[in-house]
Design a protein. Structure first.
Length: 91
């Protein structure tokens, strides 16, 4: 899925356009997961369940991982832009 494509992009490299497309998709998924996390966390306050506790742990881990991936993307994008600017300055 999306995370595999992102990992491949980070390891093997990809175009800035591909990177931004993946980042956009990741941000969309991250927003959906964050909304689900809040919803389940609120549900736990009134109707606690062990299953939801496990789900919250999984969702929190997912959000942490996607945040890390997006940070790596932004760092790569920044480096890529700096490289482009350098090339433009040299021309």
């Amino acid at each position: 899925g999306c995370i595999t494509a992102i990992s491949d992009c980070l390891e093997d490299g990809c175009s800035v356009e591909a990177m931004m497309k993946l980042d956009k998709k990741l941000a969309e998924n991250e927003a959906k997961i964050a909304a689900s996390f809040v919803e389940i966390k609120n549900l736990q306050k009134t109707a606690y369940s062990e299953e939801n506790k496990g789900t919250l742990a999984w969702l929190e881990n997912f959000l942490r991982r996607t945040g890390g991936l997006r940070a790596q993307f932004l760092a790569l994008k920044g480096n890529g832009n700096q490289g482009d600017d350098f090339v433009k300055q040299m021309l």
